[in-house]
Design a binder for this molecule. Structure first.
Ligand code: ASP
Length: 348
């Protein structure tokens, strides 16, 4: 072998070695959102900001623990969302926004990218963890989506933990409802039975009332999953349902392409089938995950007049997020990568 050939082989070897770490696919990955909206530095007190960052850090730790011990992406998604559903900071489970009638009416969905199995519920009022109810619909019924009193009844028969309506009550969300109904000239309903007496609360400026939670995860078997949970929009009426429980709109997962969870003005996310559209661009147009996410959120959602964002990941370990609001509560982590926890636009 000639000298230059040997040199070329050595050089190739060095290139391959140095390139390997950058290309290495992480065994697991997770990305999380806690809602997008008008979130600016000047609006959050240091205490409130710290509370959100701590909640996101806990969520990352919970998801990481499941994935690091070899747990499934479905288990990671469900575990993280269950915690958010108990955290009054977020518009999901306890802390959900109220309907015009003064109820908490909860929507959630989950999808398994390995099998394309999915479960969803809308308008449930007594299940402590709607994400677990969505999963029960997937695993214990032959249906994909249940709504209203039927979904509540299925929840009981599936043995899920039930909660009194007052469990979901928070003063902050009630004040938001009163403000919104007053602005719309609609009557303010009585406080829910069992709700605590009116008390002081820390107001968080969230004009757009977002705070939906969502998680996408990749597990060490190479399977992706996505889940989303929300109370919807403040003062919603007439049984309004947004994108969060709609497979393909607010939630989608397929090992062939990607997993996505969204948050924002649900009506627009439904019309654009945001989650599925991102995965379709990855699958059929060969776009990178970030390109596909930006195409749908920055270009198409913005052009239609919708607000919000998504988190996404692909089976090869790509993670992306994209939002067209001033902020989004968000976090990501992957095997061998330091977690990132961000709120504002000028953060990574
Ligand atoms: N997308 C949710 C809905 O329209 C709301 C949100 O994400 O804040 O119900």
């Amino acid at each position: 072998m000639r000298q230059y050939q040997k040199l070329a082989i050595v050089a190739l070897g060095i290139f391959a070695l140095s390139a390997t770490p950058a290309l290495a696919k992480p065994k697991w990955a997770i990305a999380i959102h806690g809602g997008a909206g008008v979130i600016e530095r000047k609006d959050l007190t240091p205490e409130v900001e710290a509370a959100y960052r701590a909640a996101m850090a806990r969520a990352v730790a919970t998801g990481t623990a499941v994935l690091e011990r070899g747990g499934s992406s479905m288990d990671a998604v469900e575990a993280v969302i269950r915690e958010f559903e108990d955290d009054p900071l977020f518009n999901a489970g306890r802390g959900a926004v109220f309907t015009a009638e003064g109820q908490n009416s909860l929507d959630s969905s989950i999808m398994d990218g390995a099998t394309l199995n999915a479960g969803a519920v809308a308008g449930v009022t007594r299940t402590r963890h709607p994400i677990s109810l969505a999963r029960a619909v997937m695993e214990k019924s032959k249906h994909v989506m249940l709504v209203g009193p039927g979904a509540d009844a299925f929840s009981v028969s599936a043995g899920l933990e039930q909660a009194e309506p007052a469990w979901f009550f928070t003063e902050r969300r009630w004040a938001q409802l009163v403000k919104e109904l007053t602005a719309q000239g609609l009557p303010v309903p009585p406080r829910p039975r069992g709700a605590p007496a009116p008390h002081a609360f820390i107001a968080i400026p969230d004009d757009r009332k977002f705070g939906t939670v969502g998680v996408v995860a990749l597990d060490s078997s190479g399977n992706v999953a996505a889940g989303t949970s929300t109370g919807g929009t403040t003062a919603k009426r007439w049984g309004r349902v947004g994108d969060s429980p709609i497979i393909g709109a607010g939630t989608y997962a397929a090992n062939q392409s990607c997993a996505v969870s969204g948050t924002g003005t649900g009506e627009y996310f439904i019309r654009l089938t945001v989650a599925r559209e991102i995965c379709a661009l990855v699958q059929y147009q060969g776009m990178s995950l970030q390109q596909a996410a930006d195409e749908v959120i920055q270009t198409r959602l913005t052009a239609l007049g919708g607000d919000g964002g998504i988190v996404a990941l692909a089976p090869d370990g790509q993670i992306a997020w994209s939002y067209n609001t001033s902020g989004m509560y968000r976090a990501r982590a992957a095997q061998g990568q330091a977690p990132v926890i961000s709120i504002y636009k000028d953060e990574p």
